[in-house]
Design a protein around this ligand. Structure first.
Ligand SMILES: [Fe+2]
Length: 333
């Protein structure tokens, strides 16, 4: 559990996600160096300048688990801003299912040496790093951030017993933990929170199905159009952002029980996920904003119009707004 004090009746969280730079991208002497560091560096400096954040959160996929030298390089880079920063791990930060814990725990000791980095492991049966950040206004906790590990992948059998690859879901212990933490927060008068994780929960699929207007080709909606009403069904006028990844949302394919827990507790206003680099929709669904964070940088699938960071602005009463801060890197590519 970590606590931050709100200053000037506002607390700003800047979320970065899915940088995924390889080792070579941090080494100017490497023939494969390329422009990825320049793009990430320009993007992060720009969004920090705009947002002036109190806290930077990262929703996973820092690099790839087979690029171990990229992890300390990124930690050094992030600490240079002298702004508190923390993360949840993504599927690419962890090796295969059996090895994943080993990899994160190889990286963590170096991260813990960094002055502005913080992290809490949480119960190892819940994964690698599940913790709560409280944001206080005076003596009152007005908003909390649930930092949640969404694990890696699972192989699920179909009706013929053939196993297929899917992204994982939160386990039962995590949902129980979320509910217990939510109850404790409510008992101290906190009414608002956000859940940050890498892989989206299954409700993102339901929200997208409900919100995008039937007959609209989601692959053709421009970012600008997404801020209007032409692509949204009635009742979803507050939604914005695009869904450029074809097909189903890259999440657990069945109901994972997380959204039911969120609705039951009634304390979580926002869910913020990374993982899908070419989706950035923010859909208010049943009273909860389900948001894809804007991808940071140009490694792996990316769209230049979907580069930047996502800002969660929390007011003195704990209510919040989510905005994407788009960064044009055309001059670097
Ligand atoms: Fe991912």
């Amino acid at each position: 559990m970590f606590t931050f004090e709100m200053k000037n009746d506002k607390f700003t969280v800047l979320n970065l996600t899915d940088m995924q730079l390889n080792e070579c991208n941090y080494d100017p002497d490497d023939p494969e160096y390329g422009n990825a560091f320049a793009v990430m560096d320009y993007t992060i400096k720009e969004v920090i300048k705009r947002a002036d954040p109190d806290l930077i959160t990262i929703t996973g996929d820092i690099s790839m688990a087979d690029q171990p030298k990229a992890y300390p390089a990124f930690a050094d880079y992030m600490d240079s801003f002298q702004i508190p920063w923390c993360l949840v791990w993504g599927n690419h930060d962890q090796q295969d299912v059996t090895e994943r814990i080993n990899f994160v725990y190889k990286v963590l000791p170096y991260y813990r040496q960094k002055k502005y980095f913080f992290h809490e492991d949480g119960d190892p049966e819940m994964g690698n790093g599940n913790y709560v950040i409280k944001i206080k206004h005076g003596n009152n906790t007005v908003h909390a951030l649930f930092m949640i590990d969404s694990h890696n992948c699972v192989w699920l059998p179909d009706e013929n017993g053939v196993k297929h690859f899917y992204y994982d879901k939160l386990n039962e212990k995590q949902i129980k933990w979320y509910k217990e933490q939510a109850e404790a927060l409510k008992a101290e008068g906190c009414k608002h929170s956000s859940m940050l994780l890498h892989i989206p929960i299954h409700a993102y699929q339901d929200a997208a199905d409900a919100a995008f207007r039937k007959g609209v080709d989601t692959l053709k909606i421009t970012v600008k159009e997404s801020y209007g009403n032409s692509c949204w069904n009635e009742g979803y006028e507050e939604a914005f952002g695009v869904k450029y990844e074809e097909g189903a949302i890259a999440c657990y394919p069945y109901n994972d029980g997380v959204f039911d827990a969120i609705l039951e507790e009634g304390i979580t206003d926002n869910v913020i996920a990374g993982h899908v680099h070419t989706d950035n929709f923010v859909i208010p669904y049943k009273g909860v904003r389900l948001a894809f964070a804007l991808k940071t940088g140009n490694i792996h699938p990316w769209r230049k119009e979907l580069n930047g960071g996502t800002i969660i602005t929390i007011g003195a009463d704990g209510t919040s707004e989510i905005t994407h801060s788009y960064v044009d890197v055309e001059h670097l590519i």
